[in-house]
Design a protein around this ligand. Structure first.
Ligand code: PCA
Length: 214
């Protein structure tokens, strides 16, 4: 089995992006038998990030694709459930573009659900000792853009691939001078290993409590 994990380059003035640090660790460790993990860096740029993702899928021919991004301020690893057809950037991307209220794919469906077993992924991360939950919004910046782009690629070109998105907290070194939740990168990598393992092994999700009231 082959899995593709993507991480993002730093953005918004940060020196690191824990998503890229963590997926490289997962690739280096290759901790799961009979599963080869490839990691690929995506630019934090609308449009280009999705083209690079498509190239990586063509190159590595993965069964499972998990895109990973930083969600500064979140306290846990969050497995995203839904990607929406909306780009609405609060800050410019790394190429200086700041789309406002534009569709990711003009004429595309309003949203796509992750095809990962999201509850089972959360359960696996928790079992590995890492705080995790399901999230029902990946925001409206480049992460949601790539998540929607991934699910659109799967729907239109790669129907045999299963895919989804995981957001991770800041690394501790990013919050040394302000109070915000953070998580050590090796712990994030453990969660991602557990998540990718669950995603590869399970096609149907587990029926677990895990919704959100708001
Ligand atoms: N997080 C941003 C984009 C890149 C990243 O790591 C986001 O959540 O949209």
């Amino acid at each position: 089995m082959r899995a593709l994990l993507t991480g993002f380059e730093p953005f918004d003035g940060s020196a690191v992006n824990p998503s890229w640090e963590a997926v490289q660790l997962v690739e280096r460790e290759q901790a799961v038998q009979q599963l080869v993990v490839h990691s690929v860096l995506l630019p934090c740029v609308f449009g280009e990030a999705t083209w690079r993702l498509r190239e990586a899928i063509v190159e590595h021919e993965p069964e499972v694709v998990i895109c990973v991004g930083q969600a500064g301020g979140r306290e846990a690893v969050t497995v995203e459930r839904i990607a929406i057809n909306l780009d609405d950037a609060r800050i410019p991307d790394n190429a200086g573009e700041q789309p406002i209220d534009q569709p990711v794919v003009p004429g595309g469906p309003a949203a796509y659900f992750s095809t990962l077993p999201v509850k089972a992924c959360v359960a696996a991360a928790r079992k590995a000792g890492v705080p995790a939950s399901v999230s029902h919004s990946a925001g409206t910046f480049v992460c949601n853009h790539v998540f929607y782009g991934l699910m659109h690629l799967i729907a239109t070109e790669f129907p045999e691939v299963r895919g989804g998105f995981v957001h991770v907290p800041y690394a501790p070194e990013q919050v040394l001078d302000h109070a915000a939740p953070s998580m050590p990168v090796p712990l994030v990598a453990e969660a991602l290993t557990a998540i990718v393992t669950a995603a590869v092994l399970l096609h149907d999700d587990l029926r677990l409590v895990g919704g959100a009231i708001h």
